[in-house]
Design a protein around this ligand. Structure first.
Ligand code: IMP
Length: 423
């Protein structure tokens, strides 16, 4: 069985928690795009781990893989492995595989990301992790791959070849080019290359072999649908393709192998960074969602913008991903809001539309049209089955399910494993 999971909104929908919950059914859990711009929080007993790269399935028996369509900061990965080791969780090459072709995020990518963002009149609000510049180098065929990093001679030669170009780019943006050939980084990266050499693998081969043997594979996306570099809200997007089809292309698995596509949907909407969010709430309800939902980014600590559930955004996510089922997360956060509103369409240039306009500037001009639903005051965090939810909550879930047209399979009412149940 091959399952793909993606976020249906702007990221931070709670993918990690759902992957963690269902990964016991999967032999392989694989990350297919993005880098350490992503973040998820995993609770093990009383310890909380904030992770950015290691796929969420690592706690169970599954083998976890990082695919060649990702961009890898080896320093971040080494830190995650070390942090988990301190907690008694060993992530060796038997547990984690990284594709040999994975692009490495270099210190100059991070420098360029910061400089470019500062120079932009209209900011994107990137995570400043060097993601965009690492992907530019992949497409320009100027990347350093994991295989290069693990071979000191190749690594030094590649760096030498690229150095002038990178130094000039940094200089042009007013930065200090010495970062490019800084021996401190070069020595560190060579050490990291040696550390990760035993982890190198061919991810496409591992997945296809596993599927051939009747094993189960779960592909885990990062960020969310509307941050997709092709179909998202340009320019306020990340630099990779975040939608389900991208899993096949990035992992080297044919689309005929896909069995199901699970979309993760928050019971309201959030966005971190710039870009349109038509249902954004800048009032007390927005603050309540932020506080009750602990809406602060795992990667940058930035406050997430919050808003009402947006059906047009979801409709587009269903089209872009072809979801076969959904998981609705953070339903507990909506307690004590009366009434609840759901955006059913927008007013744009005097017209009512039910599907997001193609251009970001138009989306930015959309005025949401809402339907109101009865809220509830009960605390949901102790609920363990759908039938125990208050009537108004069940109505909210059924309303969304009917409007979206895809079954909601999982519901979560808190961060703990026991707080997610099937509908
Ligand atoms: P970048 O991926 O760092 O280049 O940032 C581009 C945009 O994507 C910014 O608006 C970020 O806030 C957003 N972004 C990147 N990663 C995540 C994520 O994991 N969750 C939510 N937003 C993200």
């Amino acid at each position: 069985m091959f399952t793909i999971i993606t976020g249906a909104q702007f990221g931070d929908e709670g993918k990690g928690k759902i992957v963690d919950l269902i990964s016991d059914k999967y032999d392989l859990v694989v990350r297919f795009q993005g880098g350490d711009n992503a973040g998820h929080t995993v609770k093990v007993g009383d310890t909380t781990y904030k992770l950015h790269l290691i796929p969420s399935g690592f706690l169970l028996d599954s083998r976890v893989l990082i695919g060649p369509g990702t961009v890898l900061n080896p320093q971040s990965l080494a830190q995650e492995i070390e942090m988990l080791a301190k907690g008694g969780i060993h992530i060796g090459p038997d547990k984690l595989g990284i594709d040999a072709k994975t692009s490495i995020i270099m210190p100059y990518h991070i420098e360029l990301d910061g400089l470019k963002e500062s120079s932009r009149a209209e900011k994107i609000g990137t995570t400043k992790k060097g993601i965009g510049f690492a992907y530019i180098d992949k497409v320009a065929r100027d990347e350093i791959r994991l295989a290069d990093l693990t071979d000191e001679g190749k690594f030094r030669a590649r760096l030498e070849e690229l150095a002038t170009q990178k130094e000039n780019m940094i200089r042009e943006l007013g930065g200090d080019p010495s970062v490019v050939l800084d021996n401190k980084y070069i020595d560190l990266y060579i050490k990291l290359g040696q550390m990760f050499a035993p982890y190198m693998t061919d991810v496409s081969f591992e997945i296809n072999k596993a599927l051939e043997e009747g094993k189960n594979v779960l592909a885990e996306g990062a960020q969310g649908t509307h941050l997709d570099v092709i179909h998202g809200t340009q320019k306020f997007v990340t630099s990779s393709s975040t939608i389900a089809g991208s899993a096949c292309a990035n992992l080297g698995v044919g689309p005929t192998k896909v069995d199901n596509v699970l979309g993760i949907v928050k019971a309201y909407i959030t966005r971190v960074g710039e870009g349109p969010l038509p249902t954004e709430l800048k009032d007390d309800i927005g603050k309540q969602l932020q506080q009750v939902g602990r809406e602060f980014g795992t990667t940058t600590g930035r406050v997430r913008r919050c808003g009402w559930f947006d059906l047009p955004i979801l409709k587009k996510a269903v089209y872009l991903n072809g979801y076969t089922e959904l998981a609705l997360t953070k339903l507990d956060v909506l307690s004590n809001i009366h009434p609840l509103k759901v955006c059913v369409g927008y007013e744009l240039k005097g017209k009512f539309i039910e599907y997001p306009p193609e251009l970001t500037t138009d989306l930015g001009m959309c005025v949401p049209v809402y339907e109101e639903l009865t809220g509830w005051s009960e605390d949901l965090t102790h609920v363990r089955q759908f039938s125990d939810l208050p009537d108004a909550t069940r109505r909210y879930v059924s309303y969304l399910e009917e409007k979206i047209g895809v079954q909601i399979k999982y519901i979560s009412v808190g961060p703990g494993r026991e707080q997610t149940f099937t509908k």
